[in-house]
Design a protein around this ligand. Sequence first.
Ligand SMILES: [Zn+2]
Length: 428
Amino acid sequence: MSAPTMQTVMDLIDGRTDELVALAQDLIRFPTINPPGEAYRPCAEYIGERLKKRGFTVEYVRGEGSPGDSDQYPRTNVIARWTGSEPGPCVHFNSHIDVVEVGAGWTVDPFGGEVKDSRVYGRGACDMKGGLAASIIAVEALIDSGLPLPGALEISGTVDEESGGYGGVAYLAERGWFSEPKVNHVIIPEPLNVDRVCIGHRGVWWAEIETKGRIAHGSMPFLGDSAIRHMGAVMEEFESKLYPAMAARHSDMPVVPEGARQSTMNINSIHGGQAEGFDGLPAPCVADSSRMIIDRRFLIEETLEDVKGEVKAILDGLAAQRHGFRYEMRDLFQVAPSMADRDGPVASTTAAAIETVLGRKAQFVCSPGTYDQKHVDRIGKLKDCIAYGPGVLDLAHQPDEWVGIDDMTNSAKVMARAAYDLLTRKRG
Ligand SMILES: [Zn+2]
């Protein structure tokens, strides 16, 4: 028998396509819907039991006291570690096990794991149980190949990514699970397409802006002060000043799609005056309050302070010029942008593995929205983290979500190669 090589690993992965599909199907069949956080524990235990049999040390960590955690809906995370023959670095594959609600428009059973036209269908197939299955097959093939492996390989299945990751990666990162020296390189198999390395994401700031008015009879609006007209003035300033300023800012972040390569702001909602949802006739009143929720996405070149300051300056400007203008602004949520070095170990090694496996150059991208990399970066202080996985980004959260079987196999090969290179590379 000849000594094992990387080809041995590739052949093992090719020979395990059925197993990879079955694993993805099994994972999809756990309806891990978030909110509220269904079936987290059985799904985490399924992963843990499988890896325990392969010699992994398995730990379950409940995100106790995190948002949504209860005995009915425990935030159960699983972390499995396999230790190699000699000391060395640790490569960690982190996948979230939660999925978003099903929504309308499905033609297949969302939790059936149906296979059709070389695809596996189901909620979470693409985002991201296909990626989780591929990373497990990749790591198992590396171990089974008999290639000498220094260091350690870790696989985690974590919860609540879709609702911010506070009971999942954030909780674990606060307790040292995503920091050196325990972990050195992290790959998150989110669905960013099989030939792209995602090095980071933009920042987020959500805020509520409220303009104040004074109630009066609607037939004599001059006796009151309309909060809705004040909000209209805010909108005008946004249109004439803020949107053009944001559009003029361009980023070095390779965000996809192209339209997200600048600062953006969505006005998530706007309300004023009487509450909606009442079928009868309204009473004639001048609105004394109007509220707007903004979703501002910002670039690595901007600071959160500047982003907030820019909006505040517009509101303060109105307060100085416009008679009766009063406002309040409340922060709802914020995430700093994150970007790994594309020449760093995990990004460059994964890009090289893509080129070898697929025969084409890898593309470096950033995600328009955020994912758990933020917690690995900010809380774990671990910069060498990327997202790489099978699945077409645009299919995430859609009805009839699917993941391609070839993409899962190819990404498993890329992950195995990248992990091996990271474990055995010479350190400077
Ligand atoms: Zn995801």
